[in-house]
Design a protein. Structure first.
Length: 696
């Protein structure tokens, strides 16, 4: 075997070795990418579940805030009002095991509260505590008490009624922490009395202060403390309401209270169906936590730091993985074998022609070098401009083509010989030639870039032209023309989509309004009519279009908070009692709570909150005055008042529009904004506005 043959066989061996190495490399790269893909999917699933769990916890804690808002906006909350309000929250949030009102009772007030509870149907009521033997006994005398005064559901919680939470040192510590910060405070894990599955729960304390008297100091917090709202939650129910089994397939997670002592940190453990039976300790701290993937998330729950540990099961990668890495590996080996076989089959044939090919190749290479020197530049240039679908061209000082690419020839349906050395007027349609000629001259005369859009047939083209210095002082025109029909269509589609989205939002708002009105059929259409009048007043006042739209939207939604008010109160055929009216007044703040986190424009939630405020401060819920009230809310309040007086109600017939206008004029500048009152009266008296028609 001569040296030449040995080199050929070495080439085959090198080809095999390189092919195997490349196959292994591509296998490893593909496997790592697959691993990364699984890792990103795991992170996405963990984040999705974390977001769902966080939202579920926030919704449950929001129920405590809603009950707190009831107390914040009412000086007196009776046991019946508490039962109705708490009952709706318990029905809406099944994770809540119980809701309680814990008033602060001074020692001098103790006889009054005990007698009041007895008159309300609890003849054995007393303030109690547990003695050293854990028995319930009458509470000893002290400066203040924090007994369970209201509790829902009452069934199963009878023993808790009257129990002084401050008599327990641990619970008193939590009460004092909530009192001195003014914030909601959660407890450590608890074993609930009603628990049968061995899961943990926790309680949340929300301090309530006397209305308008609190300031942000520890002394004022203690002085003006009114009591606490207490909520009892079962952790397992919260997790199950947030859990999506498809999201958590192959993923274990545990929840820990990092604010608690180490031995009391574990709160909850979820095992996937793909998971071995590991304990929470093994998942969080053992070697299994280092397998495959892990995500640690933290969550603030009413002042406590919870930690959620997500870990993939050992079979997660196999469950989510693919056969692609192995496929790439075996395809690489197959190509390696084919390449080696091809080289081997051609080895002997190459040897027989070796001598003859040596001379022939030498001559061919010499010619190729000569031709390559002549055409290398042209090939590179034409390759570049022919790689694009844009029409690329260069014209001389007389606007004759000196260079065009293949896309241009295809557009004009001409050959290169038909175009070079000629102007566009000599071969193109008249309308195309006229448009191109005008933009060519504009580029030459201006000496700058010229960008134009031209419609040819059913297509839209963008032409960019610019002056190009040729040999000597000659200046030609270069440029390119691009088909932008799809881009224009995309822009139009986006515009249509935005309009459709706007209509969808409007429809959604109308649907929400109808849901509210279904609770009170006697005032059906009230929100729609108020919205129509309010937006007309804003337009008459010359306000910007976005403000008018916000007033219109707020008008449709202004009574959404009534969804939390019992239907029998809304449709009561007689005048409301003081307690019933206090419940009605909650609807403004309830509406704000519903809308404040929604993606709505221009402070719509605040407009809904303030639409019952009045200029001299007699309104509700916050008693705002003058410019403290948004202009939009002042307009909406006038429209609401006019419609309510003019229309029928279950407890009286409608007074008519004239009486309504007299009412707002009488209180112009006192209760109602003067400019808005003038605009409203002008609409009805001069422009003949009607609730049932819109102005042209």
């Amino acid at each position: 075997m001569n040296r030449k043959n040995r080199s050929h066989y070495s080439l085959i061996l090198v080809t095999i070795v390189i092919g195997i190495l490349l196959s292994i490399h591509t296998f490893l790269v593909s496997r790592n990418r697959d691993h990364d893909r699984i890792g990103e999917y795991f992170k996405d699933r963990a984040q999705h579940h974390y977001d769902s769990l966080r939202m579920e916890i926030e919704l449950n804690l929001h129920s405590i805030e809603s009950l707190g808002a009831l107390y914040a906006s009412n000086r007196v909350v009776t046991r019946d009002i508490f039962r109705v309000f708490a009952g709706e929250l318990l029905a809406r949030y099944p994770s809540i095991q119980g809701l309680e009102w814990i008033p602060r009772i001074l020692d001098a007030q103790r006889p009054f509260y005990e007698q009041l509870a007895k008159r309300e149907g609890f003849p054995l009521f007393r303030i109690t505590e547990r003695d050293t033997h854990k028995n319930l006994v009458t509470a000893a005398r002290r400066d203040e008490y924090f007994p369970v005064y209201f509790v829902e559901p009452f069934d199963g919680n009878e023993v808790a009624l009257g129990f002084d939470l401050a008599s327990n040192p641990k619970r008193r510590t939590a009460l004092e922490a909530a009192r001195d910060t003014g914030n909601m405070v959660a407890s450590q894990r608890l074993s609930l009395v009603q628990e049968t599955a061995g899961e943990y729960g926790f309680v949340v304390f929300l301090p309530v202060y006397k209305k308008g008297l609190r300031s942000d100091t520890s002394e004022s917090y203690r002085k003006y403390l009114r009591g606490f709202i207490l909520g009892v939650f079962r952790i397992g129910d919260i997790v199950k309401n947030a859990l999506d089994d498809k999201v958590c397939a192959g993923i274990d997670f545990s929840i820990y209270d990092m604010s608690a002592p180490k031995e009391n940190r574990h709160l909850y453990l979820h095992r996937s169906q793909l998971s071995p039976k590991n304990t929470a300790q093994e998942i969080a701290e053992g070697p299994f936590s280092r397998e495959l993937f892990r995500q640690d998330k933290t969550l603030n729950v009413a002042g406590r730091e919870w930690k959620i540990v997500y870990t993939a099961t050992p079979g997660y990668a196999a469950f989510r993985g693919s056969w692609r890495p192995w496929g790439v590996f075996f395809v690489g080996l197959a190509f390696t074998g084919l390449g080696a076989g091809f080289l081997w089959s051609n080895l002997r044939r190459m040897q027989s022609f070796a001598d003859m090919n040596t001379l022939l190749l030498a001559e061919v290479k010499e010619r190729e070098r000569a031709q390559e020197g002549l055409h290398a530049s042209e090939r590179l240039y034409r390759t570049f401009i022919n790689a694009t679908n844009d029409l690329v061209f260069l014209k001389d000082e007389k606007l004759r083509y000196v260079m065009v690419n293949d896309a241009s020839l295809k557009f004009y349906k001409k050959t290169l010989d038909d175009v070079l050395g000629r102007t566009v007027f000599e071969f193109a349609p008249e309308n195309v030639a006229e448009s191109c000629g005008q933009s060519d001259m504009a580029a030459l005369e201006s000496g700058t870039f010229i960008i134009t859009e031209e419609i040819i047939g059913d297509r839209v083209y963008e032409a960019i032209k610019f002056p190009v210095r040729l040999s000597g002082d000659k200046v030609g025109v270069g440029g390119y023309i691009r088909d932008i029909t799809e881009r224009k269509q995309a822009q139009e589609n986006i515009k249509q989509a935005m309009e459709k989205l706007r209509k969808t939002l409007t429809g959604t708002i109308q649907a929400v309004s109808l849901i509210v009105e279904m609770k009170d059929p006697y005032t059906a259409g009230h929100q729609r009519r108020v919205s129509r009048l309010a937006s007309a007043i804003a337009q008459e006042m010359g306000l910007p279009a976005d403000v008018i739209d916000s007033v219109r939207t707020a008008g449709v939604l202004h009574d959404i908070g009534k969804i939390s008010v019992p239907s029998e109160i809304l449709s009561k055929p007689t005048h409301l009692t003081d307690i019933e009216f206090e419940l009605i007044k909650v609807h403004a703040r309830s509406g704000y709570s519903i809308l404040k986190d929604a993606e709505l424009p221009h402070s719509i939630a605040k407009i809904v909150l303030q639409h019952h405020e009045r200029l001299e401060g007699s309104g509700y819920p916050d008693g705002l005055k003058g410019d403290e009230i948004l202009l939009e809310a002042r307009i909406l309040g006038i429209a609401d008042t006019v419609e309510a007086i003019a229309s029928h109600r279950p407890y009286r017939p409608g007074h008519g529009i004239n009486i309504a206008l007299e009412e707002i004029e009488k209180n112009k500048g006192i209760l109602y904004d003067a400019d808005a009152v003038d605009a409203c009266c002008k609409l009805f008296r001069e422009k003949r506005f009607s609730f049932e028609t819109t102005e042209s």
